[in-house]
Design a protein around this ligand. Structure first.
Ligand SMILES: Cc1cc2nc3c(=O)[nH]c(=O)nc-3n(C[C@H](O)[C@H](O)[C@H](O)COP(=O)(O)O)c2cc1C
Length: 147
């Protein structure tokens, strides 16, 4: 099983979130390759069984510029078989809370096997752990059973 988490983080919140998720997968004995978006080999995208995208939101609900190549790769490459999930941190002070998660979700729904999304207010708290667990379980069930 080939699972990647591809993420970006300016001030560390999203990084903290993807570390929590990585630990949850490792506890299930699922190996995870963690990539910052600029280190991910885009040409290998179709070789992954599952890809989790981690992103903050910028501007007015926008995808950060460093995530646009990944977005485009999903749009243009054959990724129909890839199970995906999107997680993000954002600030509900802004009108489009975690808008980058929504933008990825809408595109991924059309291009691959989108399983689940997760939006976290600013940075993950202990009270978010149950939602993170459910996110990881949903990804795992989709990989295993197609459920
Ligand atoms: C200029 C600017 C614009 C932002 N725009 C949004 C936004 O539209 N929606 C949102 O939910 N959060 C927005 N945020 C909040 C960040 O997405 C949030 O702080 C996030 O947790 C940062 O993640 P990081 O620590 O991984 O970089 C904005 C922050 C800044 C500084």
């Amino acid at each position: 099983m080939n699972l990647a988490i591809v993420y970006t983080s300016k001030t560390g919140n999203t990084e903290e979130l993807v570390y929590v998720l990585r630990d949850l997968f490792l506890r299930k004995k699922i190996e995870v390759c963690l990539f910052r978006s600029d280190q991910f080999p885009l040409q290998d995208l179709p070789s992954f069984d599952a890809v989790i995208i981690g992103t903050y939101t910028w501007g007015d609900g926008e995808i950060p510029v460093e995530m646009r190549a990944l977005y485009r790769a999903f749009e243009t490459m054959d990724t129909k078989h890839v199970v995906t999930g999107v997680v993000g941190t954002g600030d509900s002070f802004y009108p489009h809370f975690c808008g980058a998660v929504d933008a990825f979700r809408d595109m991924l729904y059309a291009h691959c096997r989108l399983a689940v999304t997760l939006k976290i207010e600013v940075s993950p708290q202990t009270t978010d752990l149950e939602r993170c667990r459910r996110f990881a379980d949903t990804i795992w069930n989709k990989i295993e059973n197609g459920a």
